[in-house]
Design a binder for this molecule. Sequence first.
Ligand code: SAH
Ligand code: SF4
Ligand code: F3S
Length: 468
Amino acid sequence: MNKPNLCIAKDRKKVKIEYKEQNLELKPIYKGKKYFLRTYGCQMNVHDSEEIRYYLESLGYEKTDILENADIVVLNTCAIRENAKDKVFGYLGRCKHLKQTKKDLIICLCGCLMQLPNEVEGIINNHKFVDIVIGTHNINELPKLIMELNNDQKIEVYSNSNEVNENIKYSRDSKISAWINIQYGCDKFCTYCIVPFTRGRERSRKIENIIQEAKELKEEGYQEITLLGQNVNAYGKDLNLGYNFATLLEEVAKIGISRVRFVTSHPWNFTDEMIDIIAKYDNIMPYIHLPLQSGSDDILRKMNRRYNKEEYKNLFTKIKEKIPNVSITTDIIVGFPNETEEDFQDTLDMVDYCKYDSAYTFIYSKREGTYAATLEDKISDEEKSKRLQILNKKVNAYALEANKKLIGKTVEVLIIDKSEKGEDKVCGYTDTMKLVNVIGKEYLIGKIIKVKITDAKSFSLDGIMLDN
Ligand code: SAH
Ligand code: SF4
Ligand code: F3S
């Protein structure tokens, strides 16, 4: 059996990055067989799953959405909070059950959870029916592991990586909107967060390769690209080649793709140069996800967020002033160890100040291996749930208020799919990333159309198409 590298990536030293051209030649040797792929977690994982899908399809597997029909099941896991883990193990129970009647079923676990030594040990000891475990740094080894599979569990996880693979092929979810990785890993070490341990040191891709990928996507007819990184502002810093995120954003905008987006930007080091570039180009969308996490200076310091509330407010105000019509969303954690009533009130005050277009809110979840996990916490779970409810009420009220301002206005919507809100409807996103359900037919999918907003809810808008 392969020996897993069961060591959490604690090494904070900068690494010298090695770029590798990937050239896998895969044959469709499993033609007629089916794969079932389930993705948990953030956009990184969603995009990684597009790589996994490419490998599975190149090996001849066909997609199924029905677990029972699968010959191989791949669960791409997330470790960000305990409930993300619970979901995976809940589903794994179903897979185990299926394997009892379908002996040839291959079960593969990959993604962030598999970077954690305790979890891998648990799989080795208690979940012997799992066939393959790979980590986030070696997704490209999946085809090899499938082909080499015998009766043993194959565990192939590397604790860290100094590599950036280029020329990765994807089987993308959409023909309209595409992700582009610009950077891997994260060096910020926010004290509550497991990502630096599951994704390794920050590694930027070279600008010329990103531009090339964006050009190819434009030629393929994509309307929208989203530049992806845990902290896009830090793009290029590790390379020291004289370019940064603002340079990259401008170069990508110049390619002329209809919509350029990016996610996520940290409030720390969000430069004026970046704001100016976003404001200058019509095809860089006026939408910024700017995670606050907490409104309390004390908690922000304990979280190692590198900004205080005054700096966040100044940045927020500057962005609002300089980028016309910008919408700003955020992430907030309640119940960080020993968060006081006053700390929580500071967060509520910040929400009152920023009146976010929308916010993702979370109860702090202890992640083994992080600094915050070593802190004693005196706040009860009941108190944390109460705070979350109060926060959500406020956040949702502001989201509704922001959406209501759009009633009667005309907006441009990129239609991406049929709507769940009725047979006669399609749905898509405004430039400011608001979901709109529009009366219209499927031929509109992939088009940017003018829509008059007729109604607003907290999480979506309704509209009718205008003559385009
Ligand atoms: N790189 C992004 C965040 C990625 S994780 C950024 O810094 O903005 C997405 C969100 O999950 C975070 O913004 C944070 O709000 C939340 N999160 C991360 N770790 C968490 C934890 N231990 N408990 C609860 N929420 C957490
Ligand atoms: Fe986690 Fe902080 Fe990195 Fe975001 S910036 S991924 S919250 S460590
Ligand atoms: Fe994303 Fe979850 Fe990993 S949020 S980076 S998939 S831990």
